[in-house]
Ligand binder design. Structure first.
Ligand SMILES: [Zn+2]
Length: 338
């Protein structure tokens, strides 16, 4: 497997994360990527450099005002009196009709859905680099590679067209899927991260050309709470083209893999000609976020199942946090994928 990687992610090192109201360092740390890279190269996978695309691929998914916000907010925020080192919103427009504000605090609340997506001086460049990794991997697949893996950090699947959240800023998975649409009429996304891919769901909610399927811990008691329930199936022309397969918290391999079979059956019915896998590894039994209890052999088996579709496939790294199994689980999945 070709691993698309850049060390530009390291400029993004978020310090702000709240758990039950207590501030702590984010679990989304640069060491995640270096561990994944070391494990993949140790297993013999080849690293390739990303191509330069600038903001064009991101702009196929994200709104101009949001991209402007991400590019400028850290610099402008730093000029505010007594500002924090990272942009963290303290107000949100919530669920009622609202007007886009001029104030930086208001724009932060508009574009950052939670406190788990602080924006520091290096966030924009790292997020842009991750979008270029995903685009490079998609182009490699469009050029004939059977599969390619983008080692993206920060992750992307919680990011909407105009909103960051849950460690995510640019939706690398969505950007890759849209890139594949340049040559493929129907593209499927399978998200196996322990968290629902709510941003990806939101982006393709009304579209019948990109099927979104997510297997995740039941959001009724797990992030992202408001999205990821089984009754969310898309709307308008996209009705029926979103499938959520929530799993009870703490589920082990067997039900997770059975959900994989359900997902693959829906994907086969959709009959796409290309696939994007949102490859979160945080469903691991060893992950500090403790949503599901998937083992290394479980990741291996999921890799095999997905590979059996025989589709040109872009693998995009999503979540998966520091544990002794993080790198091993990536290697297991890639070995299963073959
Ligand atoms: Zn996750």
């Amino acid at each position: 497997m070709k691993i698309v990687y850049s060390d530009r992610h390291a400029a993004h090192d978020p310090q702000t994360f709240f758990v039950r109201g207590v501030k702590q360092r984010s679990t989304e740390q640069p060491e995640r990527a270096t561990r994944l890279l070391a494990a993949a190269t140790g297993a013999g996978h080849e690293v390739v450099a990303p191509r330069a695309y600038g903001t064009a691929p991101a702009a196929t998914i994200h709104s101009p005002d949001y991209l402007d916000f991400l590019q400028t907010i850290a610099r402008d925020w730093a000029r505010l009196p007594d500002a924090s080192a990272e942009v963290v919103p303290n107000v949100h427009p919530a669920r009622y009709p609202a007007t886009y504000p001029k104030a930086l605090a208001g724009r932060a609340g508009w574009h950052q859905v939670d406190l788990a997506c602080p924006i520091g001086p290096g966030t924009w460049d790292a997020a842009l680099a991750a979008s270029e990794l995903a685009t490079t991997a998609a182009d490699m697949v469009l050029e004939g590679s059977r599969a390619a893996y983008a080692l993206c950090r920060p992750p992307g699947h919680h990011a909407y067209a105009d909103m960051a959240g849950g460690f995510c800023f640019l939706n690398n998975t969505a950007i890759a899927a849209q890139r594949l649409r340049n040559q493929h009429q129907r593209v499927a996304i399978l998200d196996v991260d322990v968290h629902h891919g709510n941003g990806t769901q939101g982006i393709f909610w009304e579209r019948p050309d990109v099927l979104t399927v997510s297997i995740h811990a039941d959001p009724s008691n797990y992030y992202p709470y408001f999205w990821g329930h089984a009754h969310e199936t898309g709307s308008g022309k996209g009705e029926g083209f979103n499938l959520n397969l929530p799993q009870p918290l703490g589920s082990p391999d067997a039900p997770w893999l059975a959900a994989g079979d359900t997902a693959l059956a829906r994907i086969k019915e959709f009959a796409p000609t290309a696939l994007v896998v949102a490859l979160g590894l945080d469903a691991s039994e060893s992950d500090p976020l403790q949503g599901l209890k998937v083992t290394g052999p479980g990741f291996h088996a999921m890799g095999r199942k997905i590979a059996s579709l025989g589709l040109p496939t872009v693998l995009v790294q999503e979540g998966g946090y520091l544990s002794d199994d993080l790198g091993r689980n990536l290697v297991q999945f890639l070995a299963g994928f073959g």
